[in-house]
Design a protein around this ligand. Sequence first.
Ligand SMILES: [Zn+2]
Length: 147
Amino acid sequence: MAARDTLTARFFSFDKMYSHDFREHSFVDWPFREDCSCTPGKMAEAGFVHCPSDNEPDVACCFFCLIELEGWEPDDDPRFEHVKRSPDCGFLSMTKEFTELTVAEFYCLEKERLKVFLRKVHHNKMAALKDDMYIILENLRSQLDFN
Ligand SMILES: [Zn+2]
């Protein structure tokens, strides 16, 4: 899972990624082109945004559920991989194009996207807290061993 600051940056910048064109344009440096199942167009169609880093050049992240996938192969089907790894993603159940949404439908989706983000941040914070508690517990145990 991405670090909390990365999650936050992605959540706030992905509000414009309801647009298929914006998602597709993010794949300008994507290695899989013609004769592949995961072309930029198909990645965008499946809800993904290209989020490369120096160490992970092929990371793609869903703008809605924020799941990130890497290690893509030319024959990988982006929609199949998305459904397999995040079956409850709200984007996958959208039945309309972004431009056809009513304002009420858009805000409903944004509320859901916010809930997903908050759930991930909460999970991330709880994992960090658990790690901190483990370190404190180990320190206390080592002090008891000395006495
Ligand atoms: Zn998703």
